[in-house]
Design a protein around this ligand. Structure first.
Ligand code: SF4
Length: 366
């Protein structure tokens, strides 16, 4: 049964706004009525090539996009009966980090290079106490070291013990060595695991992980994602994972939404989407995954590239790259090249494509 923790409804974001409202150029809309929901404890992936609008969508949930250029021009972001798209900044600040946390691509840039890991993790408790307005008691760590951290308002009597416990869960056998280290003394994979602990410390309901393993060696990517999945499951935290990697999606996600040129073109349970991809773009992404020992000379790719947001059309934005359209009948090609938005076909697993409607009408399969 669905129990949505986050509901994104018809979210459209445009860039190019100016402070005074005056602009020589018209703002460019980069996402177009994006809708999806994430259930409590669910691992939800948003996948697509660079420039599809994944990060813009995820960053607009907490309104982290550059101001005043970026603006939500339509839609809502419902979280705990609040619309984050319209919430006053002071109220939104109480949600950021405490209720919805983020993990970014570059852990080295997410952490302060001149402050120890211990101090940075303890600061999470301080931040949560100040953002929720609850004053906590000064507490001491297990080793007697006095900490100026205060309870995050979520019944944490001993912050340092909690941190140590979570570092152990994140695969650090010697938490004290990590706590005493500065960021430059740890590897990229270790730093990203520290960032996962940092994100989970306030017990958020949702974590937004924007390409959290892209900057890491392939060998540690799986380790970091396994830690994220395991720790999110233990705490019942939902995860919104932004990635361009279908292999990662198939291994870790429960449900997936595929984005292309600012729109969601397919969405459903991961197994359904992987085993039976409906949209030609999803089929292309899956075909492009290299298989073990495959001949790289015959590796498949999708011809062309994602258009710039300035060149987005009203109709199907994938038409220039779509082999189904190119090889289809004249009627289908005309539809694909029209100004109509492709229709949504399906329910819990759906895709937006004229060929699917055409196949339904004519009893064919694409
Ligand atoms: S609507 Fe047409 S062009 Fe677009 S993905 Fe479907 S078949 Fe291809």
């Amino acid at each position: 049964m669905s129990n949505p923790v986050l509901q994104v409804r018809n979210l459209s974001v445009a860039f190019g706004h100016h402070k005074d409202g005056e602009s020589a150029e018209k703002p460019v809309q980069v996402t177009d009525r994006v809708s999806f929901e994430i259930n409590a404890g669910e691992f939800f992936a948003l996948v697509g090539e660079s420039g599809c609008g994944k990060s813009v969508t995820s960053m607009s949930i907490l309104r982290l996009l550059p101001q005043p250029s970026a603006r939500i021009v339509e839609g809502s972001v419902l979280f705990e009966e609040k619309d984050l798209a319209k919430l006053p900044l002071a109220e939104l600040q109480k949600v950021r980090g405490s209720e919805i946390a983020c993990i970014f691509q570059e852990p080295m840039q997410a952490l302060n290079p001149v402050v120890t890991i211990k101090k940075q993790l303890l600061e999470v408790f301080k931040f949560c106490a100040s953002s929720t307005g609850k004053s906590g008691a000064v507490s001491a760590g297990k080793n007697g070291a006095k900490s100026d951290a205060v309870s995050a308002g979520k019944n944490c009597a001993d912050p340092l013990a909690t941190i140590r416990e979570m570092l152990l869960q994140a695969g650090f056998n010697d938490p004290d060595r990590v706590l005493d280290a500065y960021p430059h003394e740890l590897s990229g994979g270790m730093l990203q695991r520290v960032c996962i602990v940092m994100a989970l410390l306030p017990k958020p309901k949702l974590i937004i992980a924007d390409e959290p393993t892209t900057a890491l060696d392939v060998t540690v990517q799986a380790q970091v994602l396994a830690v994220l999945k395991d720790m999110a499951e233990r705490t019942g935290t939902a995860v919104l994972l932004i990635t361009h990697n279908m292999g990662i999606v198939s291994q870790y996600a429960d449900r997936v939404a595929v984005m292309y040129a600012g729109r969601i073109v397919e969405c459903g349970p991961v197994r359904d989407v992987i085993d039976n991809p409906l949209h030609p773009y999803t089929q292309g992404l899956l075909a492009a995954i290299p298989e073990n020992h495959s001949d790289m000379r015959t590796m498949k790719s999708i011809p062309g590239s994602v258009p710039h947001a300035r060149d987005f059309v009203q109709g199907c934005r994938f038409a220039d790259r779509c082999s189904v359209c190119a090889e289809g009948c004249a009627e289908l090609r005309a539809k694909c090249r029209s100004c109509e938005v492709p229709p949504k076909v399906g329910d819990s697993h759906f895709a937006c494509c004229f060929a699917l409607r055409h196949a339904e009408d004519t009893q064919h399969h694409i």
